[in-house]
Design a protein around this ligand. Structure first.
Ligand SMILES: [Zn+2]
Length: 160
């Protein structure tokens, strides 16, 4: 019986640092309290709007995010989203990989009054039901970082 007890109490942790999938969401209150870091891979294929903006959705985004309070005790979501996005060059019309290195620096707010109040100083992100939806945040931030007319910047880039 002892062996069975041990097996039940030990929670096996699967560690795959090379390809750890980013969680779907986090509970904001507890994540803030322990300044939780979320790191992992997010396949572009799981992001409907971003998927429509790329020519090949089999690529991954690499996400590193932390919830913490800043010096003024304001709740923040900070980190980076990196990767290479397959886009079409709007000049030569050839596909190319655009390096992505997006800084995430969001002020977490919990109602619309607060959202309006912080707007002039920070980029707010509205939290509902104490849940932070990572996929939504990442997709929004990457879409904002995409150039309106991407260019491949190759030497032989000519109007196509
Ligand atoms: Zn080009």
């Amino acid at each position: 019986m002892r062996a069975v007890d041990n097996a039940l109490t030990m929670t096996p942790e699967i560690r795959e640092p090379q390809k750890r999938i980013l969680p779907l969401h986090a509970k904001v209150s507890s994540a803030l309290a322990r300044e939780a870091i979320y790191e992992g891979t997010l396949p572009v294929a799981r992001l409907e709007r971003l998927k429509a903006a790329v020519v090949d959705d089999t690529v991954d985004l690499h996400v590193h995010l932390q919830l913490r309070r800043d010096a003024n005790r304001a709740p923040k979501l900070e980190g980076t989203v990196t990767g290479q996005l397959p886009l079409i060059c709007q000049r030569c019309l050839r596909p190319f990989l655009m390096p992505l290195d997006t800084i995430v620096d969001l002020r977490l707010v919990f109602n619309e009054d607060e959202e309006n109040r912080v707007l002039k100083d920070a980029e707010p992100w509205l939290i509902e039901d104490d849940q932070l939806m990572f996929h939504t945040v990442v997709e929004e931030e990457v879409l904002l970082a995409l150039p309106y007319a991407p260019r491949c910047e190759q030497d032989d880039c000519r109007p196509g």
